[in-house]
Design a protein around this ligand. Sequence first.
Ligand code: ASP
Length: 350
Amino acid sequence: MKHLKSTLLLLAAVVVSVSLGAKPRVRIIATGGTIAGVSATSASSAYTAGQVGIQTLIDAVPQMLYLADVSGEQLVNIGSQDMNDEVWLKLAKRVNEILNVEGYDAVVITHGTDTMEETAYFLNLTVKSDKPVILAGSMRPSTAISADGPANLYNAVAAAVSPASKGMGVLCCMNNQLLDAKTVIKTHTIDCDTFEGGPSGIIGYVYNGEAHYLQTPNNRHTVNSVFDVSKLDRLPKVGIVYGYANASPLPMQAFVDAKFEGIVLAGVGDGNFYKDVFDVAVKAQDQGIQIVRSSRCPTGPICLNSEVDDAKYHFVAALDLNPQKARVLLMLALTRTHDWQEIQQYYKEY
Ligand code: ASP
């Protein structure tokens, strides 16, 4: 009798856990941004990002509870203009723990839109799982008329539970669209339709609570990335220097004097330097500070050994990466090597 009772109890426990486990477990990590922003009035465009907490964001979208067993945690609550290396390291470690130790099926990250593309790319290179990791934000604060945050969060959770999202690397979900971490760029300062996927376009879209994919990313990411931040508590210092007519060499010289390990040029055209800046760059590279050429142009690759003889100076061409993402890759590359050819290879693969 006692034996039967415990068997029945065990059976009941299995039935309960199977039925509870029927929905995928999605963990939302909140970091702030306009999606958590608050304005003085619903019609006002003056607001402060990173004000409301994770539970308020979840409570605003009860519809997503039909899709997933959703829970959340607050990592930081900042405008993403204040995103930094320390938070990136914390975030990457936490995502890996949630997916690989705590066994969640997917992670959604709420994030400001200003630096969302950088965080997405950083995670794309440092998350060690092929489970979905999707960033969502908003362009209007949570208190605005027609706030876009709730729909973006709902769509992100819908994409996170889709089996088709597995192996896609880290994605951004904004304005019904799914964008790949490598190509996503913020293109408009205030419109909801601000994110684009560059020349290759969006990777998919979310419609009626379902994710549909149009293409797959062809660069190395997540489980195929060699970059590992699990034992790091800081990242190499890398700065960005902007190119323009008659450019001053002072910003680049300042990075050299401050002993930065790498400098990315947001050059003119195909990653070209103003001559005075070029002279400082050549000396910096000779001193072991890695120079990476990117461009202030919104589209087009940086061609290796084209107008600039990279092979002669040991510069690296950022190829398809804009300056802010070229910086992310250079920081991670410098955790492994200072060899310019190996670093160039990373730009070809990632
Ligand atoms: N400044 C805000 C942020 O990036 C803008 C936004 O989220 O849309 O946090």
